[in-house]
Design a protein around this ligand. Structure first.
Ligand SMILES: C[S@@+](CC[C@H](N)C(=O)[O-])C[C@H]1O[C@@H](n2cnc3c(N)ncnc32)[C@H](O)[C@@H]1O
Length: 332
């Protein structure tokens, strides 16, 4: 057999891909990365700190070594740099609660063959229904994903030195953009439009960060709520475009254009697909999540954004990479 011949190894790994979700989700559930960071470096010590069996701790460590999140180090183990940066609790970028949440979603993938046949959700898993409690679980868990992106967007916009700007965050969720941006710019004010229970979560975060006095919420459906006219310098549409269909995205972009002052900026964050649908890998895969959970959503191509934004009256559009699988689309 020559080295160019295919082997079944990668396909075996893919077939068992749920092992990765399970091992990572279980490790996050028992704060294994946090225990490693604070010096518990063997299965025995981790078992003791986490209150789990030693056999279980060793199994998780083996799995995490296989996944490249933990490495053996002398007689013990340590987090890799990636795990240390993104899985240790107590840091704003920690993705552990997201890993725990995704573990609970794993069973829903079994419906994918039927979802593919039907062309959309086959259970009540569709997320666009008003005030879906799904969001209250999801938004705190995904906030960490937006930390590096919101920080990169602030740099791109020169936000810290922008003075008394007004910001509208549509479907702002946890309030993470407002929390970071108001923290960077003491003269900025932000308004978040989201469902009432989600806005309550955001208010708590903004209060924790000491910037709640410059943060206002509007409770309601962003499809039917007016955004006002020429009121904002910056609008944010982060991880919303993928749950909406083309017509709704155009309608939202037009409403946002009207709400922005002349020269104002729309910041879109999403998993954007190349025009030839050749990548990037994360954005291509994320489409399955939207097929499962939304009636019209998907991962959209750069050309889709360009076309929709032009129809909505935006003249300049640029695509900016971020330190995450998401792309920033900046439109003026
Ligand atoms: C995927 S989360 C994104 C949260 C945030 N923008 C971020 O990037 O972290 C989608 C958000 O949109 C809100 N949302 C979804 N549909 C909505 C609607 N029709 N009206 C108001 N808010 C909505 C959800 O409650 C949730 O907070």
């Amino acid at each position: 057999m020559t080295s160019s011949q295919p082997t079944p190894e990668r396909i075996m790994q893919l077939i068992n891909g749920y092992w990765a979700t399970g091992i990572l989700g279980a490790a996050a559930s028992h704060a294994l990365f946090t225990h490693l960071a604070s010096g518990a470096d063997t299965a025995e010590r981790i078992a003791e700190r986490a209150g789990i069996s030693e056999r279980g701790a060793q199994t998780l460590l083996d799995g995490l070594v296989s996944l490249g999140l933990v490495e053996s180090h002398g007689a013990g183990y340590r987090n890799t740099a990636e795990a240390a940066a993104y899985l240790v609790e107590g840091q704003p970028t920690c993705l552990s609660s997201f890993a725990r949440l995704k573990l609970t979603h794993m069973g829903s993938l079994a419906a994918l063959p039927e979802v593919v046949r039907a062309g959309g959700p086959v259970t009540d898993a569709a997320v666009e229904v008003a005030d879906n409690p799904h969001w209250e679980e999801v938004v705190p868990a995904i906030a960490a994903q937006s930390v590096p992106v919101a920080t990169a967007a602030a740099d791109l916009l020169g936000l810290a030195d922008a003075g008394a700007v007004s910001i509208l965050d549509i479907g702002g969720g946890s309030g993470i953009y407002s929390a970071i941006w108001l923290g960077l710019n003491p003269a900025a004010r932000a308004t978040q439009l989201d469902w009432a229970p989600v806005n309550a979560i955001a208010r708590r975060l903004l209060a924790q960060r000491g910037v709640a006095d410059r943060f206002t919420c509007i409770d309601g459906d962003f499809h039917s709520t007016g955004f006002g006219t020429a009121r904002y310098d910056i609008a944010v549409y982060s991880h919303i475009a993928h749950q909406e269909g083309p017509e709704d995205n155009v309608a939202m972009f037009a409403k946002i254009r009207g709400a922005l002052k002349p020269g104002g900026t729309l910041v879109i964050c999403d998993f954007v697909v190349d025009d030839d649908r050749g990548g990037p890998p994360f954005a291509l895969m994320f489409g399955a999540e939207m097929l499962l959970k939304s009636k019209q959503g998907g991962t959209w191509r750069r050309a889709d954004y360009r076309g929709w934004l032009a129809k909505a009256g935006f003249e300049e559009v640029s695509f900016e990479p971020t330190p995450s699988p998401a792309t920033l689309v900046i439109a003026r």
